[in-house]
Structure formats: C-alpha cells, structure tokens
Ligand binder design. Sequence first.
Ligand SMILES: *Cc1c(COP(=O)(O)O)cnc(C)c1O
Length: 387
Amino acid sequence: MDLSYILNELGEERENYFNAISPPIMQTSNFAFKKVDDLRKAFEDEMAGYLYSRGINPTVDILRKKLAALDGAEDCLVFNSGAAAIFAGILANVKAGDHIVSVKAPYTWAQRMFDSILPRFNVSTTYIDGTDTANWKRTTKDNTTFYYLESPNSWDFALQDIKAIAALARSKNIVTMIDNSYCTPVYQRPIEMGMDMAMQTATKYIGGHSDTLGGVLSGSHAMIKKIFDSEYLNIGSGIQPFNAWLLIRGLRTLSARLDRISRSTRQVVQFMKQHPGVESVIFPLDESFPQYALAQQQMTGACGLFTFVLKTTKMESVARFCESLQHIMMAVSWGGHESLVMPKCSGIQPKDFDPGNREHRFVRMYVGLEDPEYLVADLEQALAKMS
Ligand SMILES: *Cc1c(COP(=O)(O)O)cnc(C)c1O
C-alpha cells in the first residue's frame, strides 16, 4: 500500500461527515441503540461495533486503520501511551510459571514490568546481549514463552537479527514482540520479518509535535482480538478521541518529517564525529557502528536519535556542555519538532561517576526539525565551553 495513500486517505470516509478534509473528533463515551437485539450483539462482540469508547470509537478507528497498514499488520490497537501498549502486549501472552527472554536494557517501563510486576505472578525474565542470536537459543528454557526485542535500542542502538530470532521463536512456539519506536514502520517492518507483535510509541514520531502521548501495538487479527477482549478493555488505557485526532494530524507529515530529520541527523553526526571534544558517535547507519551491515540489511533509514561520548574525565564538563546549549533543550523523550539532549550521567549519583566507564559520558541527542546548521553552531559553541 502506498505510504501517501495511508497517510492521506485510508480509513477516512469523508462522505459520512460533510466531506470535511479533517475527520471529526467523536468525543463521546457511549453510543445509542434502537433494538434490544442490536444491543445484545454489541455485548457479544465489543470489537465489532460502537458500544462504549473504552472499546471502539470512530475517530480512533481511522487511526487504527492507518497504523495497522503502516505496520503491514492485519490489525492494531492504540493506547494512551507506549508504556500501556508494552504492558498489554506482554501481559496478554504470559501466565504464571512462564519465562521471558529479553534484550538487556530495554525501554525503562518494559524493564520495570519484567523486574517488579511480573515476578509477583511467578513470571521470570532473563536479559541477554541480543546482538548474538545464539544467546536467544542458549537462554531459552522449556517454560520460555515470550521473546522481547528492541531494535535498535534507544541508548546504545544495539540491534537484533529480527528475521533469525523470529524464525527461532516460531520453531519453539514462542511469542515475539519488538519495540520498533526508533525506526517506526517507515524505516523497519518487523511484522514482515516474522515478529508476532510490533510496538511503537506514538508519542515520538507519529505525534511528532511533543503535544500528546500514544502507543501502538500491531499484529494478527487473532492476537489483537485476544488483547482487546481482555487487557485493552480491562486496563482502560485506549487512546482518547482527541489524542487520536492529534495523531492522525501528525501522520499527515510523518514521511516529510522523517525525510528531513534523517538527512539533518547525518549532517550533525558528521560534525560530531570529527570534533576533538567527542570520543565517538554511536549511530546505527554510520560505518563505524559495529552492526552497520545488519542495520543496512534490516533498516531502510534511521531517525534523529544518536549518542555521542564526550572526551572528558569530569562530570562537571558533561554538565557544562549540556547547560551551555542555547537552543537545544535538555529533556526526556524525542521524536518531536525540537532538538534535545539527555546526558546519561543525570541517571547516576555524582559520587558514582566513573570517567573510565564511557557510558557515564554518553549524551543522547535527538535531532528535530531545525536547520542542521543552526544545531551544529549550537553544539560547537557548547563544546568549546566544555573544558
Ligand atoms: C518513549 C518510548 C517508549 C514509551 O512510550 P510512551 O509513549 O512514553 O509511554 C517505549 N519505547 C521507547 C524506545 C521509547 O523511546
């Protein structure tokens, strides 16, 4: 399906709403019925029609059609956050006594679920270096039912060989889920590579303007129906109609924003690579990246997120660099219009800072929609103030 068709037309039945170009926000909690029989049918299968907006809502449906098509999936659900999508996708597919294999250092709230919530229900998790497919096989036990991937990882950008891991999982009846937030389905298509579920935060590139949260979980009809009937309705964290409308609006420019951002990012990466204040740059589509070949094989592009390692021995220098930026802001998240930095040392106590540990000198940068020259100038003056 054409990307342009998905973003501009798919799911939009304009003749039903005065041929308005922009779809209506169906800000309603419930839907009325004329016949008892129809109401009974709606109770029997809440996913099949409009009953109550915790389940299905027309504005959200437009978004679902577009996002499922974008993923090349049969269906999808849209949640109020990426974290909720992760929660539902995992919870729906594990039971007491099960074992999960996950990439090490997955997204914070996936890890929190594995470490704090699931052990209460006797579900255990083994973290592995997912870059070596043999590790997945080696740590799989008789009770392993779930593989959790995140490729690239959003800090060190470690990749997994998605096709190989999907094939391994299929041969052992293991359910697979991948966090595809970094690439979005525009640059990487995990469902087509054999993953059972693809998750992405819609807060980042789908919304694109740092003004709403959302999360997407795509998969087969059967998988999505299973999750809808239980976790989705129970957690009650389906996206609200207004936020769904913001995401539909974000989708209009998704391709244009990604084009611009991926080009600017290469320019900013090139600048940082040659700067004497920078030890190295970690970016999956740079030749220096250890898994560059795999990145080229399974990704058709990279987004605006990369990490650089500052050349310094002092935490104060990392702080001085970040605090000297005039335009690039310091904040969590990414995927919006605005460029951001996030120093890894903000997550550790100052007394624990170890310059020998290069991770402590990581600064993750997100390149937004500004002119790349504007960003480079800001980085250059802040690097000059570092030492
Ligand atoms: C932000 C993010 C999420 C979670 O999304 P929210 O919408 O913030 O809940 C998941 N995975 C990755 C890689 C992210 O960057």
